[in-house]
Design a protein around this ligand. Sequence first.
Ligand code: TRP
Length: 447
Amino acid sequence: MNSTNDQKREQWASRSGFLLASIGSAAGLGNIWRFSYVAGENGGATFLVIYLLCILFIGLPIVIAEISIGRNAQGDAVLAFRHADPDHPWYIVGGVAVLGCFIILGFYGVVAGWSLKYFVSALSGHLWATSDYNNFFSGFISQPLEPVIWQAVMMTATVTVVAGGIQKGIETVNRILMPILALIVFILAIYSLTLDGAGKGLTFLFRPDWNAFSKPSVYIAAIGQAFFSLGIGMTIFLTYGAYLPKTFSIPGIASTIVVGDTLLALLAGLAIFPAVFSFGLSPAQGPELAFITLPGLFQLMPGGNLIAVLFFGLLVGAALTSMLSILEVPVAYFIRKTGQSRRTVTTSLGLVIFVVGIPASLGYSVFKPAGIGERNILEIYDYTISNLLLPLGGIATALFAGWGWGKAQALAKSGFHEGLAGQVWLFCLRFIGPIFIALAFFSAYLF
Ligand code: TRP
């Protein structure tokens, strides 16, 4: 039973390894698939402004808090909160996060599976056998078996990498994939911007409609997207931070992660909206934007076959690097709790999470009757996670680091020490994040 020590000994090989893995975690389906449709549904630029403010004043401070708590404890989510404050039940935040990751990865694996299906179809040319992508998509997701198989492939890949460990598995894969993904999104953005009529997409993305700022739903959507895209509130950075040596400056690393994630979301927006507008399509399509609107568009554009392969390859790679981090949260916890090997724990958890995802995967066929109102199971998972679980987990983390931990501890462990930056950080954690989120919730759900 020396698993705790074994786990403690695992560390990132280098600062850049941690950085790439963290950006890999943050940048995923959230930046491409989810960002584009949520921005599309919520008026584009107005949403973008609120989203960026949330990232800066709420997201970044929480990323710093998560890394600080994790690195200080050098242990999993539950252990880390208990270590930081043995006298109060803050470890519940860690426990909820460990459980939350089952649901997140359950549904995330489904959409990752769709991406893989489209990637393979684009490669094989099968994707071009139709021009009715509404039909193509609904035909695919209403199959009782096929979506589950693609989901299983993505889960297997995730389990294989995480079972390889922090350095050999997670760090290596991120080191290979992240530069490629960054290059692809860059190429796609430049291509999209050269299309005729691309300017309308830019206007949509960058010129806010000031009237829309009075809509509470836009704020909820922006908060949810900021949390989902960074991947905060579920102790991901805490868990990754626990493998970080005590010598690095956390605020610097956290800022780089946040800037990297935001740039990738913006680049993905630049790749998608100019192209959508250039072909006179609507961006407010909902979750199907990437799987119905875009393939139709790829079919029409010059060089679209290659663009489709690049786009869906990007989705698959970005999804995989995020799935690794979501799986690592329960893996770290259960390795300590059960004393089993990383390989055994990873495989067992992968299997359980796969099963959790199946209702979402089959929410368009077998599990259709289990939907609530307009929403099917996948949308219920997504909504509950992004608009409820993540903000609550995030607020709890902010309140802990801001109030529960104690000012001296928080400043010392984060590496801020005395000085203005540390005061601003604490102020954001104590007041701005919790108050803003509480206001948005009240106005959206009560009025
Ligand atoms: N941030 C990732 C994305 O944008 C997804 C993700 C990774 C995530 N870790 C998370 C989402 C933790 C919620 C919670 O796709």
